[in-house]
Design a binder for this molecule. Structure first.
Ligand code: NDP
Length: 284
């Protein structure tokens, strides 16, 4: 009988990438499942992405996560992408199927799972406010629209990005969206059901900052969410909770987007509790 010492390789291409904690939840998940798989953080600069993607094919990695600055550029090196990733215009997860590289985007789906499983809220028919119009905001807004959200308000400092996202939702999904230019403190509409900070305001090390929102417009009927995973209890969520709102942190989204990638790669159910525990031990 021959013994194989080979591990299946997955990981993340990013720049910077050293402090990315995703490795911790995947390594814990592989161990819990008894899989001979390894996850590695690869420091890949923008100019080196073509070579890195060719290397991934040559060394037959099973897949890769793409993070900043590769989520959009990565589209060019794939054989196929899912319709949602096409709409969002970015990929965060690539799986190798034979010789084909297939790209998808699990960020928005991870948010939806956290919403349903951790906050027990179905977005169908809801009114949503998304603060920001970058990569995370696009993924979340598109998935919310596809999941039946009734109305999405996109609030962003840079008009071109915000308008483009609202237009994408109106033109390419069943959802309805409007853009609001973000200047000064934004007052939330009274009838908003879900409010999401999809900017990086509050992310470590700038933990004392929070998005410019009129906090008196937060109501107990609202679910206030943050995509920032580190720290999970952002200043925004702490102050929203003090106004009586329910809150949902960015750790759940991070765990579930990883859990979806785990299943895409391995074909197995993800050990979500193990992944969450491993991550919560390394965030501040
Ligand atoms: P991008 O750079 O693509 O977008 C950043 C967005 O934040 C832009 O809309 C930008 O506005 C806005 N923004 C930045 N600073 C401010 C500010 N001071 N005031 C108002 N708006 C501001 O970043 P990403 O979308 O990729 O990432 C955003 C956050 O999402 C990060 O914290 C990241 O960690 C988190 N994230 C979390 C995930 C999870 O699983 N929990 C998954 C993916 C991302 P403008 O257009 O005007 O510049």
């Amino acid at each position: 009988m021959t013994t194989s010492y080979r591990h299946e390789i997955v990981g993340v291409f990013g720049d910077p990438v050293d402090e990315n904690p995703t490795i911790v939840m995947f390594e814990a998940a592989f161990k819990a499942k008894g899989l001979r798989w390894r996850y590695q953080n690869f420091h890949v600069r923008a100019a080196d992405l073509p070579a890195a993607m060719a290397g991934l094919r040559a060394m037959r990695f099973r897949g890769i996560n793409l993070t900043l600055p590769h989520k959009i550029e990565g589209l060019r090196y794939l054989d196929r992408i899912t319709p949602e990733a096409g709409l969002i215009g970015a990929v965060n997860t690539v799986v190798r199927d034979g010789d084909m590289l297939i790209g998808t985007n699990t960020d928005g789906k991870g948010f939806l799972m956290a919403l349903k499983l951790n906050a027990n809220l179905d977005p169908s028919g809801r009114r949503v406010v998304v603060l920001g119009a970058g990569g995370a905001a696009r993924a979340i807004a598109v998935e919310l629209a596809l999941a039946g959200a009734r109305h999405i308000t996109i609030v962003n400092r840079t008009a071109s990005r915000g308008e483009a996202l609202a237009q994408l939702i109106n033109d390419k999904t069943p959802g309805k969206a409007e853009f609001v230019l973000w200047s000064g403190d934004y007052t939330l509409p009274r009838d908003a059901d879900i409010v999401i900070n999809a900017t990086d305001v509050g992310l470590y090390p700038r933990i004392h900052e929070r998005p410019r929102v009129n906090m008196d417009s937060i109501r107990p009927t609202m679910l206030v969410c943050d995509v920032v995973p580190n720290p999970p209890r952002t200043r925004f969520l702490i102050e929203a909770a003090a106004k009586g709102a329910k809150t949902l942190d960015g750790l759940g989204m991070l765990v579930y987007q990883g859990a979806i990638a785990f299943t895409i790669w391995t074909g197995q159910d993800a050990p979500v509790d193990v992944m969450r525990q491993a991550l919560s031990e390394v965030v501040i």
